[in-house]
Design a protein around this ligand. Structure first.
Ligand code: GDP
Ligand code: MG
Length: 337
């Protein structure tokens, strides 16, 4: 039997649990996750191989695409994030609409069907899937947080609003329902060759995962406007030369040298990011370094600096320069010189 492959976009409101689901499905940390909305700013791909299931589907490579949360744009950055969602919806074979089981759903007065406020993120999401001509799954996530009895009314209420190809309840945290979801997806994907080599689990190069890990620490360790006004660009990423001899046990791991710039919008935010006597920046750097060392499997020397770029969230040019695909093109050009 021929193999199957396809692109599956994961969409939903901010904080629904999209990135957590992606990581759980891949079994690797591909996308950063925090309790703050709008953690994800770009499309991130993660690949999974699903083994054949006799009588149902052949071996299948699924390319998942994680997206920023659907929300009403207020800045150029928001608009760029919404554009990422639209692009993820243009090139896909299947879409997962993720709904978080703990999010309160508005009931009509008479206990009838769900009625979303027209300006709500949910209404926006349902409007987006109405335009699609591919199968859409309703995935109810975070089911570990609600009693079982709460699920059925939620599923019924949401299913009345759209004709979903499948409804799959999952808990990305506990791993419940993930295998079912993978096999269900494989049943719907077209015949095709693999898009990425078998051992590759994301298309985002390490350099950019590193920038995201630093941003994740900023999201976790600062409050108010700072997380939203921060952006990270890795300026230097020097991998150690590959070892000429097999390393003897007990020898120290090779060293990766990384320099990164943290951009914020105002001097006050810079002061917060640096902290008293540099303490905050040190904390961000140390914690990020541990994560990066785990990712790369080397020791890491991490140098951070904080720069102010006024109102960058409304600068198209700057937002474009943050796009890792753009950065990658520029790096390749510079190398070709
Ligand atoms: N209990 C529980 N929490 C979850 C689950 N999935 C995500 N979360 C939490 O929900 C928050 C938002 O997750 P994230 O994946 O960043 O959401 P995204 O904005 O849709 O990508 C984080 O605090 C996660 O730890 C789940 O299955 N169970
Ligand atoms: Mg996310």
């Amino acid at each position: 039997m021929k193999m199957r492959s396809g692109f599956v976009s994961i969409i939903g409101r901010p904080n629904a649990g999209k990135s957590t689901l992606l990581n759980a499905l891949i079994g690797e940390k591909v996308a950063i996750v925090t309790a703050k909305p709008q953690t994800t700013r770009t499309r991130i791909r993660g690949m999974v191989d699903v083994p054949e299931r006799k009588g149902k589907h052949p071996a299948t490579q699924i390319v998942f695409v994680d997206t920023p949360g659907i929300h009403k744009p207020a800045s150029q950055l928001d608009r760029a994030m919404m554009q990422e969602i639209h692009e993820a919806l243009m090139t896909r074979d299947l879409v997962l609409l993720l709904v978080d089981a703990v999010r309160k759903q508005p009931r009509a007065e008479d206990g009838g069907p769900l009625k979303f406020d027209r300006a709500s993120e949910e209404a926006m999401a349902f409007e987006m899937i109405r335009q699609l001509d591919c199968p859409v799954f309703l995935v109810i996530t975070k089911i570990d947080l609600v009693p079982k009895e709460a699920l059925l009314p939620l599923i019924e209420g949401l299913s009345a609003l759209h004709s979903f190809a499948e409804v799959v309840p999952v808990s990305a945290k506990k791993g419940d329902g993930l295998r079912v979801l993978l096999h269900k997806i494989a049943e719907y994907l077209p015949e095709g060759k693999r898009w990425f080599p078998k051992e590759q689990f994301t298309d985002q190069p390490e350099r950019f995962l590193v920038a995201e890990l630093i941003r994740e620490r900023i999201l976790m360790e600062t409050g108010e406007e700072v997380p939203y006004a921060s952006a990270v660009i890795v300026e230097r990423f020097e991998e150690p030369a590959p070892p000429t001899k097999k390393p003897r046990p007990g020898t120290v791991l090779p060293l990766t040298r990384i320099s990164a710039a943290i951009y914020c919008e105002r001097a006050g935010q810079k002061a917060i990011l640096i902290g008293k006597g540099g303490s905050k920046l040190k904390e961000i750097g140390t914690n990020a370094r541990h994560e990066i060392e785990a990712l790369l499997g080397t020791r890491v020397y991490l140098e951070l600096r904080v720069l102010v770029r006024e109102n960058w969230r409304d600068s198209r040019v700057f937002i474009e320069s943050l796009d890792w695909r753009k950065q990658l093109e520029e790096l390749a050009e510079r190398e070709g010189e």
